[in-house]
Design a protein around this ligand. Structure first.
Ligand code: ZN
Ligand code: ZN
Length: 177
């Protein structure tokens, strides 16, 4: 008798596992490839003390890729002159929103706001409306994994992201080479 019941029970268990796996997969496509912070609560997903995330960035001015920002490690949101934003918060103030891209600029003595950009360590600040050498009008733009972000002031780099900070003609992402 038990032998008849068992296979049916196993089938149900198998289906349950498949369904669970599908849900698990759906969630895994959400923000955090590193998987470190707990997604949930509806809050912006950001790093916590103890996480160590990396996002590659490129700073492009009027079509020219600029040298990476110099090494700076006073904050947990920093860089090692390697074209990578390192996020390993040391203190609660560097967690979550404290690890936004605009804060990485700020911690390094640079500037990124809605209409101005200056890479940490760079001398020149570019402002919307400034002219490029070829006479085109530049604007500040941020692309993440090839997509333009309109609200980049709130953007927290996620582990594995590819970021382009552009000053140049509208829509001038390099297309995520
Ligand atoms: Zn690192
Ligand atoms: Zn580091």
């Amino acid at each position: 008798m038990l032998r008849v019941v068992l296979p049916a029970g196993l089938t149900v268990a198998f289906v349950a596992v498949v369904v669970a796996a599908v849900f698990e997969d759906g969630r895994a496509t959400a923000p955090s490839p590193g998987g470190s912070p707990e997604p949930g609560g509806g809050e912006a997903v950001g790093p916590r003390v103890g996480d160590h995330w990396h996002a590659v960035y490129e700073y492009i001015v009027c079509g020219e890729t600029q040298p990476p920002a110099p090494t700076r490690s006073g904050s947990g949101v920093h860089t090692h002159s390697d074209g990578i934003i390192h996020i390993h918060p040391f203190a609660p103030g560097e967690e979550g929103a404290g690890a936004r891209l605009v804060k990485w600029f700020e911690y390094g003595g640079g500037l990124l706001d809605e209409d101005e950009v200056r890479l940490p360590g760079a001398a020149v600040t570019y402002e919307n409306g400034d002219e490029c050498p070829d006479g085109t009008i530049g604007t500040v733009q941020v692309f993440v994994n090839g997509e333009r972000l309109t609200d980049y002031g709130r953007y927290i780099p996620q582990d594995g992201d590819r970021i382009e900070i552009v000053f140049g003609p509208e829509g001038s992402s390099s297309g995520g080479r």
